[in-house]
Design a protein around this ligand. Sequence first.
Ligand SMILES: Nc1ncnc2c1ncn2[C@@H]1O[C@H](COP(=O)(O)OP(=O)(O)OP(=O)(O)O)[C@@H](O)[C@H]1O
Length: 237
Amino acid sequence: MFLIKARNLKKNYGVREIVKGINFSITQGEVLAVIGPNGSGKSTTLEMLVGLRKKDGGEVNYWIQNYKEQIGMQLQSVPFFPGLTALENIRLFAAFYKIYLHKQIAEELLQKCGLLESSNTEATRLSGGQQKRLAIATAMVHNPKLIFLDEPTAALDPLSRQEIHQLILRLYEEGKTVVLTSHDMDEVKKLATRILMISNGEIIAEGSPEQLCNENQVHNLDELYLKLISRKAMVSC
Ligand SMILES: Nc1ncnc2c1ncn2[C@@H]1O[C@H](COP(=O)(O)OP(=O)(O)OP(=O)(O)O)[C@@H](O)[C@H]1O
């Protein structure tokens, strides 16, 4: 079952075409990895889907009732409220959804994200990895069906990365739909049920990791990535 369908989605910044009329859908229960080079338009695309950026063309259809309440997003950088603890921050984020998050529920959410011991630490003083986990927790305060994670493990140490992988796998097992961006092909292999590859504002590949590797006669996702990106670069020349 589709949750979101984007048709001919476009975004320009000035005269630059950043997203060039792309078509894709998000299906319930999948972990969709959106991959592609820096600056290819991945974050812009996701931010248009959640309504954080205005699209310049095309349409997005949502198959979720009250979709704004059913979508959560972890942005690459999250402005936590200075002076407030991790616990206070997530309770405040919940209040933005008009939800009173009982302390015990808030602590359960922090525990799920591996942050219970830091719940009384000021959010802006948490380590990079802890802030990333808190950002994911804030995306989940309203128990959304669909969670967008924009580079959830970028710049994290291997243990923190593994903890976030486990969290994402748990969300998948709970039946949540997760859309993530990543530059780490091992991570994509471990987590993604489907891949959407974007280059220069266009979708250049879409399918399960196995299907894409088989179709392109490569052994792994690193090879796939290099093959498709260099092919696209040659075509653009
Ligand atoms: N507000 C903005 N004004 C002008 N240009 C922008 C703006 N936001 C993004 N861009 C440009 O749009 C392009 C796509 O950016 P975007 O963040 O979507 O890429 P990305 O694929 O997510 O990259 P990365 O993997 O590095 O996060 C980049 O060239 C970026 O500089």
